[in-house]
Design a protein around this ligand. Structure first.
Ligand code: PMV
Length: 327
């Protein structure tokens, strides 16, 4: 039996991916650029066991069935085809943050599974090749193989490193505004947006300009430029969902209250910008010296459950850490 463990950090898109250029191949319609976050980790153990008649997977202590299990099996199938083996695996995975609540658990999850699964099946793949494997399961996962800033081009199969995290040290105040899983998954949400929203085409055509601005902001360490384009990318993505029929609404009154608090803080001179994904939480980007003030501000907003204050995380890597040891 071969048992391998890998750790990957989740990432938050500063320029968003929303919509698929190919549903069959899971290729993104928009270019995205993200920051991988040290404070949102998944540890995944893959054990190849010749005695197994099928794959088994457990996430946060719960045995997976149905579609979630199928997605794990499909990733392992792609690796098995490459490795020329038909052996099955036992997967144990744990997140140190809330799963499926719009906190991009699929990003770190599929990145960690790609690395641990490849090694367990005897494959020694580059981060780029692993990024391709992860991308086929969840396009945002392609970016989580890389620490720091990573980009996935429109139509791209593999993400690429844009800059290491220490190129431009930033803090992300992840502000949780609700408990429990999200109502509508990202794949379903983006397909519904693509087929029913008259704002989908303008979103896709404008997204490269916002991506370029975000990238320039990162490379030139221009926080104002980065933050302004990041907010517009998030709001334009949500505008495309709001214009769908029926609307896809992830933003709650608490989300809007946090956004208002951040805007007010900024008006009073603290550099801080927000972004939201397929969920109600708000991720506030700021410079490290302002993280404490931003955290105190958002924690004062009624409805906020808690915050996770974090910064750039590392590349996905093999680890000795046991997923069962995570809280
Ligand atoms: O990779 P998915 O299918 O979980 O989609 C992620 C989409 C967003 O999180 C909303 C944006 C992004 O680029 O991560």
């Amino acid at each position: 039996m071969t048992r391998i463990r890998a750790v990957a950090c989740s990432n938050i898109a500063l320029a968003k991916y929303w919509g698929k250029a190919s549903v069959a191949e899971n290729l993104p319609a928009t270019p995205s650029l993200s920051l991988t976050l040290a404070g949102l980790r998944t540890i995944t153990e893959v054990e190849i066991d010749p005695a197994l008649g099928r794959d088994h997977a457990q996430l946060d202590g719960v045995e997976l069935t149905g579609r979630p299990l199928e997605r794990v099996v499909q990733l392992l199938d792609r690796l098995r085809a490459r490795a020329g083996t038909s052996r099955f695996a036992r997967v144990v995975s744990r997140n140190d943050f809330p799963t499926a609540a719009g906190l991009a658990s699929s990003a770190s999850g599929f990145a960690a599974l790609a690395l641990a699964g490849a090694r367990a099946l005897g494959l020694d793949l580059s981060l780029e090749a692993l990024s391709d494997v992860a991308r086929a399961s969840s396009a945002s996962a392609a970016r989580s193989l890389f620490g720091g800033f990573a980009a996935l081009p429109a139509g791209g199969r593999t993400a690429e490193r844009v800059a290491p995290g220490d190129h431009f040290p930033l803090s992300m105040v992840v502000t949780l505004t609700a408990k429990g899983p999200k109502a509508i998954g990202s794949t379903q949400g983006m397909q519904h947006t693509a087929t029913t929203s008259p704002y989908y085409a303008p979103w896709v055509s404008h997204s490269p300009a916002l991506f370029d601005e975000v990238k320039r902001g990162v490379l030139e360490r221009d926080f104002e430029r980065l933050g302004t384009a990041m907010e517009q990318s998030a709001l334009m993505m949500h505008a495309s969902m709001l214009a769908a029929s029926p609307a896809v609404i992830y933003l709650t009154p608490t989300t809007l209250a946090v956004m208002a608090a951040v805007r007010e803080l900024r008006a009073r001179g603290t550099p801080a910008f927000y972004t939201m994904d397929a969920g109600p939480h708000v991720k506030v980007l700021t410079l490290p010296e302002h993280a404490a003030r931003v955290t105190a501000c958002v924690e004062g907003v009624p409805g906020v459950e808690r915050t996770i204050v974090t910064g750039a995380g590392p590349d996905a890597a093999l680890t000795d850490e046991d997923p069962r040891s995570l809280p």
